[in-house]
Write a protein that binds this ligand. Structure first.
Ligand code: X8Z
Ligand code: ZN
Length: 625
């Protein structure tokens, strides 16, 4: 935990008072005099918070400088990630050396800013957010900054360009190997693809150990014990309380996950035999259709509850219409436009990378970019004609619309109120892209609601959203212990597989010792993107969906709701996006949903029909792992 007074005092304020004073409606609505008082005090608050105060002036300078450094970094990173070559790597490293030095100085100044000079709560919050948003703290030592810049670029570049060649001109990249995992039903092929990818990261462990040491030094330079404490400092509550809340959310959802796991395991065993898929053990990670077994929708054909009922996703429609990447993206944008939201700027269409370019290495992992905080927004994707890609576009547009709607705020507030919100927006919208909606826009030929189609649809959705939950939790459960030193380098892989078996109930295809570095085979580890956000998002998206459905006046089962065409839902969404991180997440959540807590209930309600089905199917099985 940081030992800086105002970081602490922000936390204390959040814990003791809820910290929502500035953002809440005043209570003085009953009488005129109370109203007069309220507007007088708002006036005073505005004066207090003016740019003319010392903290106002300081923040203007800090936000401008961080914006400038950010733009230089994003430009260079964009060039590298869309064209991985030694030259672009060198350019990125050189840029990062400069920007890291600049950022390190700013963070030092921010932390040294005198408590007495903080004019108001808003300024205090900005200062605090600037620190808690740092994902890769640069050490103060210049030589170490240079080392970190280089290690970071190498880790990312290796991930993006990793290729496994069996012969000189027979090579497999992540896309090729993922395709095998998604479509092959031959265990030997699946094993080959899984091992080929994972073994390419063995030699990255050393670099990652260097990375951990460097970012921990950066964290200590800022008064934190380790990067774990920095990452956990952005949740408007103490990190212990937050972790306890996260654990409680997982406990609430575990029965649903375990039921899905049990059902899928039995179906896989029926297909592959219990030799390969034993009924009382974790499932083999290479047999779930995805490189990290994080989402299982690619094995839907093996686990379909009612094979005679139609498959209710968009792939066939996208292929039949031969939609290209731009058309798919325009279709995703059209959904958002139906809510009365603004159009994407023209530059989005010219600057984004929609498909994997020929003849150069790129990081295909989808991402959304806010290049200059002034409207140059882009996505970087390798879009394919699949339902998954279509929904991932919507996920990325969630980020893009956040950028566009909060760009008017000071830089420190250009974030989600916690990082789960940013990840949840696009996903919440995909919950409205129901089979009925897909049918409406011509992407699903026939559609009728029956108990069978409902269960098929819910299962397909759960293979993506429910199956993901423990994976969403485990990456940072692993990293928190790596950064804080409880898991030393000699125990990295063992700790990884312990979590995968215990939380996810999946196991490696064969023993994986410390000569391997399996966490490095997942983008967000070399890319250093915090991952808990995706766990939070899986839960928040259902809370948001429910609130938006209510705003749209929908009454009926949650899983059939679509907010398509609802301007009322759009207004609510715009209000959420526009406040960015300027208020504690509890306040933002309350404004939208009426509750101050992240809760699993909406997700459980959504999947109630599926849970009943799974309980029935699993009655004769022994579940658990
Ligand atoms: O990384 C992503 C997005 C970009 S923010 C495509 N996701 C996680 C992953 O792919 O591992 C979305 C779901 C989880
Ligand atoms: Zn995302």
């Amino acid at each position: 935990m940081a030992n800086h007074r105002w970081v602490w005092s922000l936390l204390a304020c959040a814990i003791l008072t809820g910290c929502g004073g500035a953002s809440k409606a005043t209570k003085g609505e009953e009488t005129m005099s109370a109203l007069t008082e309220a507007s007088a005090s708002e006036q005073t608050a505005a004066d207090l918070c003016s740019d003319e105060t010392p903290s106002g002036q300081f923040l203007l300078h800090v936000n401008a400088e961080l914006t400038r450094l950010g733009k230089i970094t994003w430009d260079s990173m964009w060039t590298y990630m869309t064209d991985i070559r030694p030259e672009t790597e060198a350019a990125l490293t050189a840029t990062q050396e400069v920007t890291m030095a600049g950022r390190a100085q700013i963070f030092k100044d921010v932390l040294a800013f005198s408590e007495q000079d903080i004019a108001c709560e808003d300024h205090r919050r900005q200062l605090s957010r600037i620190i808690s948003d740092i994902t890769m703290p640069p050490p103060r030592d210049t030589a170490k900054q240079q080392q970190l810049a280089s290690v970071n670029a190498k880790l990312v570049g290796h991930y993006g360009s990793a290729t496994h060649c069996v012969e000189e001109d027979k090579c497999f990249n992540l896309g090729d190997l993922s395709k095998i995992l998604a479509t092959s039903r031959d265990e030997t092929e699946l094993r080959f693809a899984w091992l080929a990818w994972h073994n390419m990261f063995d030699d990255q462990k050393e670099l990652y150990v260097d990375f951990v040491n460097l970012v921990n030094e950066g964290s200590r330079d800022m008064g934190f014990n380790s990067l774990t404490d920095v990452w956990l400092s952005g949740y408007d509550m103490s990190s212990d309380a937050f972790r306890a809340d996260v654990d409680a959310l997982w406990e609430e959802l575990k029965p649903l996950y375990t039921a899905l796991h049990c059902y899928v395991r039995a179906k896989l065993a029926a297909h592959y035999g219990t030799e390969l898929v034993p009924l009382d053990k974790p499932m083999p990670a290479h047999m779930l259709g995805n490189m990290w077994a994080q989402e299982w929708s690619n094995v839907y054909d093996l686990v379909t509850p009612y094979p005679d009922a139609p498959r209710l996703d968009a792939t066939a429609g996208i292929v039949a219409k031969n939609m290209d990447a731009i058309e798919m993206s325009k279709s995703a944008e059209a959904f958002i436009a139906s809510l009365g939201m603004r159009e994407l700027p023209e530059s989005f269409w010219t600057n984004s990378m929609f498909v994997k370019p020929e003849g150069r290495e790129v990081v295909c992992h989808a991402s959304a970019w806010d290049m200059d905080t002034k409207g140059d927004v882009r996505i970087k994707m390798c879009i394919e004609q699949t339902h998954d890609s279509y929904f991932t576009i919507q996920h990325e547009l969630g980020h893009i619309y956040y950028y566009l709607y909060y760009n008017h705020l000071p830089l420190a507030f250009q974030r989600g109120p916690n990082d789960g919100f940013h990840e949840a927006i696009g996903d919440a919208l995909t919950l409205s892209m129901t089979p009925r909606y897909l049918h409406q826009i011509g992407l699903l030929e026939s559609f009728e609601v029956s108990p069978e189609t409902t269960i098929n649809e819910q299962l397909l959705s759960a293979l993506e959203r429910v199956a993901f939950l423990p994976f969403g939790l485990l990456i940072d459960s692993w990293r928190w212990r790596v950064f804080d030193g409880s898991t030393p380098p000699e125990g990295y892989n063992a700790a990884w597989w312990k979590l995968r078996e215990e939380l996810q109930g999946v196991s490696a295809p064969e023993f994986r010792g410390e000569n391997h570095f399996d966490p490095g085979a997942k983008y967000h580890v070399p890319g250093n993107t915090p991952y808990l956000r995706y766990f939070l998002a899986r839960i928040l998206q259902f809370q948001l969906h429910k609130a938006l459905c209510e705003a749209a006046g929908y009454e009926g089962p949650l899983h059939e709701c679509s907010i398509y065409n609802s301007k009322a839902a759009g207004d609510k969404l715009i209000a959420l996006l526009s406040v960015g991180a300027s208020q504690p997440w509890q306040d933002v959540l309350e404004a939208l949903t009426g509750t101050r807590e992240m809760s699993a209930q909406a997700m459980l309600d959504y999947y109630a029909p599926l849970m009943a089905f799974l309980n029935e199917q699993n009655a004769a099985l022994t579940c658990g792992y």
